[in-house]
Design a protein around this ligand. Structure first.
Ligand SMILES: NC(=O)c1ccc[n+]([C@@H]2O[C@H](COP(=O)([O-])OP(=O)(O)OC[C@H]3O[C@@H](n4cnc5c(N)ncnc54)[C@H](OP(=O)(O)O)[C@@H]3O)[C@@H](O)[C@H]2O)c1
Length: 283
């Protein structure tokens, strides 16, 4: 059994997550890539190995939009870990939908993939993360979380009008609250959790953008976008930098710590969201 430090990375089949997996492998971490399409996982694994031939990369299959799938994957991961600590968990996977979609569990899909599935994955892994002393959880969260409105009574847009922007901003905000609440529930010697905005990064995320947005992104706005390798740097820094080992419950705008939005400092709101997440994922 490998004695390397271990990092589980969701979203490691493309974009920022894949670049983070490469950088972790370069730093000597054993990398477990969570994928919802086995073929995507296999080809990403080949690309990572092409960059880092000595890398140890294994796949963990899970569809974050499905609680049943996440529960099975978490149980599989815990079983195959045989008590080995999990040093790093990067919640990178995310999705955008063009219209309101509802998952098999009855959740608005963007919130399901961005937060509810990751929450359900995290809880069973906490003993392995704590065993790393500290395990580090890094949560991707776009800067537009600052415009998010978290409606605990209508998380799934059953009463509010759904829009891609509103749903995305809410999901991103909820991710920041999740990271802060996870941090608040742990002593930093056992587990640290932080949220990070990677910058504007050119990835598959822009694939489904409207045509006019794609034209903008690839012309006048292009200088504002960085490559995935650059976007992954602040993520991997939070996961590995020894000088950040005790830093927890913070939001980073790329490399710099930035002020938390009021909602993320609202302990009652965070606790209420956590309770909703527990209720939604109980089963
Ligand atoms: N790009 C930016 O400018 C930017 C800015 C702020 C924040 N972010 C955040 O950064 C993260 C990564 O974004 P990216 O730009 O690198 O996007 P990306 O290239 O589209 O990557 C998204 C990843 O999520 C995975 N994924 C999607 N649905 C999934 C599901 N149901 N179950 C498991 N995995 C699933 C995808 O897997 P498949 O490829 O197999 O579908 C892919 O690996 C996202 O959380 C995003 O919100 C990005």
């Amino acid at each position: 059994m490998s004695s390397k430090q271990r990092a589980l990375v969701t979203g490691a089949t493309s974009g920022i997550g894949e670049a983070a997996a490469v950088q972790l492998a370069e730093r000597g971490y054993e990398v477990i890539t969570l994928c919802h399409e086995r073929a995507h996982g296999e080809s990403a694994r080949e690309r990572i190995l092409a960059r880092v031939p000595a890398a140890e990369v294994t796949l963990l299959e899970a569809d974050l939009a499905s609680l049943a799938s996440v529960r099975a994957a978490a149980a599989d991961f815990v079983a195959r870990s045989e008590g080995r600590p999990l040093d790093v968990l990067i919640h990178d996977a995310g999705t955008t939908t063009k219209a309101r979609e509802v998952t098999e569990d009855g959740f608005e899909k963007m919130l399901a993939v961005d937060l509810i599935g990751p929450f359900a994955l995290t809880l069973p892994l906490l003993p392995l993360l704590r065993a790393a002393k500290p395990g580090r959880v890094v949560q991707l969260a776009g800067i537009y979380h600052r415009r998010g409105h978290l409606d605990l009574d209508d998380l799934h847009f059953e009463r509010r009008e759904w829009s891609m922007m509103e749903a995305n901003n809410q999901a991103q905000l909820a991710r920041v609250l999740f990271a802060c609440e996870l941090a608040a529930r742990h002593d930093p010697s056992e587990l640290v959790a932080n949220a990070v905005h990677p910058g504007a990064v050119l990835t598959n995320a822009q694939r489904d953008a409207p045509w006019w947005a794609k034209v903008l992104i690839h012309t006048v706005a292009r200088p504002a976008f960085v490559r995935p390798e650059r976007g992954a740097e602040p993520v991997v820094r939070l996961a590995t930098d020894p000088s950040l080992a005790g830093v927890s419950g913070k939001f980073f705008d790329r490399m710099r710590e930035a002020p938390l939005v009021d909602q993320a400092q609202d302990t009652a709101l965070r606790a209420a969201l956590w309770e909703r997440l527990e209720a939604m994922t109980a089963g």
